[in-house]
Design a protein around this ligand. Structure first.
Ligand SMILES: Cc1cc2nc3c(=O)[nH]c(=O)nc-3n(C[C@H](O)[C@H](O)[C@H](O)COP(=O)(O)O)c2cc1C
Length: 134
């Protein structure tokens, strides 16, 4: 898995767009804000209202992310997601949500580890692979 530097961790802690796809390749994208950077290789997103997103992840774990503040962080993240409804990561999510958004009870948590990071900055390096775990 690739390591997330401080800039990446900060960006992923803010509003982001999570793209998933069904096993038949039907894409889906949704905004997500309940994002917890656990360490330099793990992002959790609290499942508060997700529908197609979770159905897709159960069929196809590969996800892509752009952060909303893409002028400050012009990166495209590719990762593998796992959906959990118990265990360490879900406990952490419930605690985080109880502190930040106490009126919303999470249904589960999407745990993402990243395998590639690309530049989306306009110019010569647009689309360039910056980090890979190969
Ligand atoms: C600014 C913003 C932040 C959001 N953050 C989350 C979130 O962290 N977790 C969540 O489950 N839904 C969140 N949502 C709601 C989802 O984007 C929404 O339920 C969407 O329908 C999910 O896509 P899906 O139904 O295709 O799975 C957010 C929506 C907005 C507008």
């Amino acid at each position: 898995m690739v390591k997330l530097n401080d800039e990446m961790q900060k960006a992923l802690s803010g509003l982001l767009f999570l793209a998933t796809a069904s096993k038949d390749g039907i894409p889906n994208v949704a905004p997500m804000g309940a994002n917890i950077v656990v360490d330099d290789e793990t992002l959790i997103i609290s499942d508060n209202f997700m529908k197609k997103t979770i159905a897709n992840i159960k069929e196809n774990p590969v996800v892509a992310i752009n952060v909303a503040d893409c002028r400050a962080c012009s990166l495209q993240f590719k990762g593998k997601a796992e959906y959990v409804v118990e265990g360490e990561y879900f406990e952490l999510t419930k605690k985080w949500m109880a502190e930040k958004m106490p009126n919303i009870k999470p249904k589960g948590a999407v745990v993402i580890k990243f395998f590639e990071i690309y530049s989306v900055k306009p110019g010569d390096d647009a689309g360039k692979l910056l980090e890979t775990d190969d």
